[in-house]
Design a protein around this ligand. Structure first.
Ligand SMILES: C[S@@+](CC[C@H](N)C(=O)[O-])C[C@H]1O[C@@H](n2cnc3c(N)ncnc32)[C@H](O)[C@@H]1O
Length: 310
């Protein structure tokens, strides 16, 4: 048997983007200082559960138990489930060294977006104040949505928090003109011209979750909507900039980076995440490697197989 091809480090000059199947703790120390204009991360939220999503599809069937348009019958078939562990005894101990690397890896005018929910957001705010300095805090973005079950014992939690930190508060890149404008809530209260132009979003973002039957859906548990990433990439990166997501999941950051002409490095330790990314991003301009930067053979069709290339 021949030895699989192996690299000592990523050659980020090559004309490809990267998906790394590894624990990010092993890879982050090997990435070059100040290389990334934008780092977006959406780490596990420490819900204490196994995050699981069932993927289903409806197919025409005479015996189906669901009746659709024109009386046609359908049945539901299960395509599979994706999952990852979301339990940490010491969440801050887990995230701290990774955030320290994030700061080192940001370019001098770079920005970090840390996506969290209410469980850990406040602890991470204090941690980031320590690591970056309080003066580097830029925003607390609230992403509000309206989906899923509602508690009867408290106000239903229907938002995520995205903490934004600059490497340098005097230099960070922010392109207000590139941000897609949104409709005014009360267009009748502003001039016609203003209403037509729309307004800039604030730090509260109303945006649907990934629609369950939409084109964008990959079936990966806790996949984030492309619209949220598009807004982040528009404001905090330019064409050809490098974007890093080291809790990549289904690769939403990569999918948006590609559509917007940015380069990317994605890292995830879960087999299923890499398989979903392979289907979503293809292999034409993306290199898939393991933690020792050995090339992986990935399949971009339904069979979710990962293996080392000989
Ligand atoms: C909330 S999901 C990210 C979802 C992603 N933003 C998307 O849109 O699909 C968190 C991901 O972090 C990955 N993860 C957790 N711990 C990790 C680690 N130590 N190294 C690399 N990936 C990790 C999990 O496998 C999971 O895919």
């Amino acid at each position: 048997m021949t030895e699989p091809r192996r690299r000592e480090s990523l050659c980020l000059d090559e004309r490809c983007d990267w998906v790394i199947h590894a624990d990010n703790a092993d890879v982050l120390p090997t990435l070059p200082d100040e290389f990334f204009r934008l780092i977006y991360i959406d780490p596990p939220f420490n819900t204490g559960k196994l995050q699981r999503r069932k993927e289903i599809a409806t197919v025409r069937s005479r015996e189906g138990d669901r009746v659709g348009f024109g009386g046609r019958r359908y049945r539901t078939v299960e395509l599979g489930t994706t999952s990852y562990e979301d339990v940490f005894d010491d969440y801050l101990g887990f995230i701290r060294p990774r955030l320290e690397h994030a700061r080192r890896l940001l370019s001098p005018d770079g920005t970090l977006y840390l996506h969290l929910d209410y469980r850990e957001a406040h602890y991470c705010k204090m941690l980031l104040d320590q690591i970056f300095g309080r003066d580097c805090f830029v925003n607390e973005i609230i992403w509000a949505y309206d989906y899923g079950g509602r508690s009867r014992r408290k106000w239903p939690a229907k938002h995520d928090t995205i903490l934004v930190y600059a490497k340098d508060p005097d230099r960070y890149f922010f392109d207000q003109d590139a941000i897609e404008r949104i409709p005014y809530m009360a267009p009748g209260l502003v001039s016609k011209a203003k209403a037509e132009r729309g307004k800039l979003p604030t730090d509260v973002w109303w945006h649907t979750i990934v629609p369950t039957n939409g084109k964008e859906k990959t079936g990966y548990a806790s996949q984030k909507p492309e619209g949220i990433l598009r807004r982040i990439l528009s404001a905090s990166s330019e064409e050809n900039d490098w974007v890093l997501d080291f809790f990549a999941g289904s690769g939403t950051a990569a999918a948006v980076a590609r559509k917007m002409g940015r380069r990317f490095v994605m890292i995830d330790r879960n087999d299923e995440a890499v398989a979903v990314m392979a289907k979503r991003l293809g292999t034409a301009s993306v290199s898939y490697v393991d933690s020792r930067f050995r090339c992986l053979a990935v399949q971009t069709d339904e069979s979710e197989q990962l293996g080392l290339l000989p």
